[in-house]
Ligand binder design. Structure first.
Ligand SMILES: [Zn+2]
Length: 377
């Protein structure tokens, strides 16, 4: 009898495990938005609510002392100047983005007056105003922005000791916040992979959805691929997508003695393989980890080229996120920032699933997917 009882409990627990793990995923992610994403207006309503939760969490961080912030983001010597700069730029972006919302969307669900100040927006008690079926969304969104803002402030607190996409040295560096409202660009890093690997699979997915993007390749990986693929095959593979540089090897270019050689060699390689019009042109560059130095940035200025960062980071390299979670993260950040450059990695498989999920979610909302020919100026 006893053994039978144990067996029963064992099977009972086994049966419960999937439910527990599912509940965990749901709590930290947004599949919880209860309204349909089927119009431009509904994009705006969701966008407004994302921004309002973001403001709530931002303010919770804003009142922390230097000491508490340091503990929270786990950085010993916080670079206050950079944190303040990020805060200022972020507030400005959110206020500008709120002005882009249509009048009908401003009146829906939570009334927001056009041109409201940060202080006025901070007074809105979203949790009290939203109907009950928004509770799950609200709670998961709070957690989401808590993590996201922590992540962003941490990067700012380290800058420029450790550089990243968080702040720019010059206008020559593009992050995506200056795109037109509701315009988004797909970018993929670290490829190419071996023949029929993840790069090829991803490009197939893009082709099926009539999407194109920018691929920031590693010179080293392109050389490896050239041993088994002809130039023609590579041109056919990338098709309408654009191929730019991620440097020769995946190494921080901030204190790298050979940064210039890394850029020049990869540039020559790209011109050699792909049918580029102007062979003297310096291909756009995305520094590994977003880390670069002022001399590197100036070099691109002299050569009239750009350094291309991102403002919508999928974190698809993280083992903590599956493809659905990657998609949900990007969906929330697209609603928050309303424009910009999405970062994925074609060497991983998650983008193959995440990109279609994002594409289908926003299919009827009149957002624009930039094609790879977008020129930064
Ligand atoms: Zn990379």
């Amino acid at each position: 009898m006893k053994r039978k009882a144990y067996t029963f409990i064992y099977y009972y627990l086994l049966f419960l495990i999937p439910f527990f793990s599912f509940a965990e995923i749901k709590n930290t992610n947004n599949t919880d938005w209860p309204l349909e994403m089927n119009s431009s207006k509904n994009f705006d309503v969701a966008s407004k609510c994302e921004m309002l939760v973001f403001i709530e969490v931002f303010n919770e961080y804003d009142i922390l002392s230097k000491y508490d912030l340091s503990l929270k983001v786990k950085v010993k010597n916080i670079k206050e100047q950079s944190v303040e700069k990020w805060k200022k730029e972020t507030k400005k972006r959110i206020l500008t983005n709120l002005k882009r919302l249509s009048n009908t969307s401003l009146k829906d669900l939570v009334i927001v007056r056009k041109g409201s100040s940060w202080a006025l927006l901070s007074e809105i008690e979203l949790q009290k105003i939203l109907p009950n079926n928004f509770t799950n969304w609200y709670n998961s969104t709070k957690i989401f922005y808590n993590n996201y803002i922590k992540e962003q402030i941490r990067l700012a607190a380290l800058y420029p000791r450790i550089t990243s996409e968080i702040l720019q040295f010059s206008k020559n560096e593009v992050q995506g916040h200056n795109f037109n409202d509701k315009s988004f660009l797909l970018t993929f890093d670290d490829g190419p992979t071996r023949v029929n690997g993840n790069t090829d699979k991803l490009i197939n997915v893009l082709n099926r959805h009539e999407l194109t993007g920018m691929f920031f390749v590693l010179g080293e990986n392109l050389e490896k691929r050239l041993k088994t693929s002809s130039k023609k095959a590579l041109n056919n593979l990338y098709g309408e997508n654009k191929v730019y540089s991620h440097g020769k090897i995946h190494k921080s270019h901030q204190k790298y003695t050979y940064w210039k050689a890394s850029i020049d060699e990869t540039n020559t390689l790209i011109h050699n393989v792909f049918s580029t019009e102007d062979k003297n042109e310096l291909a756009y560059f995305r520094p590994p980890y977003g880390q670069r130095n002022k001399a590197l940035v100036a070099y691109f200025g002299e050569r009239n080229s750009k350094i291309v960062f991102w403002n919508i980071d999928s974190r698809d390299w993280s083992s903590k996120l599956n493809a659905e979670q990657v998609a949900n993260r990007q969906i929330k950040l697209m609603l928050l920032w309303r424009k910009g450059i999405l970062l994925f990695h074609d060497i991983h498989s998650k983008a193959q699933k995440a990109v279609p999920l994002i594409y289908n979610y926003f299919k009827n909302t009149s957002i624009k997917w930039e094609d790879s020919n977008v020129v930064f100026d």
